[in-house]
Write a new protein. Structure first.
Length: 317
C-alpha cells in the first residue's frame, strides 16, 4: 500500500491573528488530514507579534545577540503552534508540537530543497548548538548528521562521535559511523553503514549512504562496485516515495564537481543571481563566475539554463 502523501502547509501571521482565524486554520488542516495526507504545518507568530517582539528587543538594545533574538522570535511561533494544536485536538485531530531544535532542522531542509545549501548548513549548525545547550542531545545528533549529509562530514564527525558516547541507540551509532566513514572517504564502510540504516528501517539514510559510497568508489576507480552501489541506492529510493535529498539527487554531478562548484550550481539552478550567490557563500562574484564556468565545462552544458536538468540525475534501478 503506498504511503500517504506528505503535505507541508505554511500559515502566516495574518491568518492566525485571533481565535476565530486559528480555528479556521485548524479546520483547513483537518480537511487535508481527512483527505489522507500526512501533514507538516509551519506557523508564523500571531498577527503583529513578530514586530512587537522586535520592538521590545530594540527598546532593550540596538545590537541584540543574533541567537537570543532568534529565540525571542521563536516564542511567538511557539505560541501560535500551541494554539493551533489545541484547536486541532478540539476537532479530534491528533497533533504533535516539535521543539525549536526540530524547527531549525525543518527550516534547514526547506532551504536545502530550494538549493540553498549554505543557508541549510547554517540552520543545522544552530540546531546542533541549541540541542547541546538545552540537553536535546538526540536533536543535536540529528542536526550534525544533517550537516554530514550536506557535505560537512569532516567538520562534524568528531563531535558526532563524542555525542554518540553519551546517547544510547543503534540509530545514533549508525549516524556517527556514517559521518566518520564519509569524512575518511571510505566507500566500503559506507556500504556497511547503508546496511545498518536499512536494518533499522531508515531507508532514506540507507539510500544516501549507498549514494555516497558510489561517489567515493567511482572516484577511486572501482567502477563495478560503484555501479552496484548506485543500483542499491536506486532500489532503496523506490521505497522512499520520491524523496530527493542532495546525497542521492546529484550522484553523477558530485563525481565531477567540487563541493564549491556544486553549491554554486545548485543555487544558480534555483534562480539566484551571481551577486546573491556570492553574498550567501561569502565569495567574490568573480569566484562564483569561475565556479559556474567550471561546472558548465564538467557537466558538458553551455550555460545556466541547462543546470537544473544536468544536476537532477538520480540513479535508476
Amino acid at each position: 500500500m503506498p504511503a500517504a502523501p506528505l503535505v507541508v502547509q505554511k500559515f502566516g501571521g495574518s491568518s492566525l491573528a485571533d481565535a476565530d482565524r486559528i480555528r479556521r486554520v485548524a479546520r483547513r488542516i483537518a480537511r487535508e488530514r481527512t483527505a489522507g495526507a500526512d501533514l507538516v504545518v509551519v506557523v508564523s507568530a500571531m498577527g503583529d507579534t513578530t514586530d512587537e517582539l522586535l520592538g521590545l528587543a530594540a527598546a532593550i538594545t540596538d545590537t541584540p545577540d543574533e541567537r537570543e533574538l532568534d529565540m525571542l522570535l521563536a516564542t511567538g511561533e511557539h505560541q501560535s503552534a500551541t494554539l493551533v494544536s489545541m484547536a486541532l485536538h478540539a476537532l479530534g485531530v491528533p497533533a504533535m508540537l516539535i521543539n525549536q531544535t526540530e524547527v531549525l532542522q525543518a527550516r534547514a531542509w526547506t532551504a536545502a530543497a530550494a538549493g540553498d545549501l549554505p543557508g541549510a548548513r547554517q540552520q543545522l549548525e544552530q540546531a546542533a548548538d541549541l540541542g547541546e545547550e538545552i540537553g536535546d542531545l538526540i536533536g543535536a545528533v540529528s542536526a550534525l548528521h544533517g550537516l554530514a549529509r550536506l557535505g560537512h562530514a569532516r567538520q562534524v564527525s568528531a563531535r558526532l562521535a563524542a555525542l554518540a558516547t553519551h546517547v544510547d541507540g543503534e540509530l545514533v551509532a549508525a549516524r556517527a559511523a556514517y559521518a566518520s566513514a564519509l569524512a575518511a572517504r571510505d566507500g566500503e564502510v559506507l556500504g556497511k553503514v547503508a546496511g545498518d540504516f536499512e536494518d533499522l528501517g531508515t531507508i532514506l539514510y540507507a539510500a544516501e549512504a549507498s549514494a555516497e559510497a558510489a561517489v567515493l568508489l567511482r572516484h577511486a576507480g572501482e567502477t563495478r562496485r560503484a555501479a552496484a552501489a548506485e543500483q542499491r541506492a536506486a532500489r532503496l529510493l523506490v521505497r522512499c516515495e520520491g524523496a530527493a535529498t542532495p546525497p542521492v539527487r546529484f550522484i553523477s554531478a558530485r563525481v565531477r564537481l567540487t563541493q564549491g562548484e556544486l553549491d554554486t550550481a545548485m543555487q544558480a539552478a534555483a534562480g539566484r543571481s551571481n551577486k546573491q550567490i556570492a553574498a550567501e557563500m561569502q565569495l567574490s562574484v568573480r569566484t562564483v563566475e569561475s565556479h559556474l564556468q567550471r561546472a558548465y565545462e564538467k557537466l558538458g552544458i553551455s550555460g545556466r539554463h541547462e543546470l537544473a536538468g544536468a544536476l537532477q540525475d538520480q540513479p535508476t534501478a
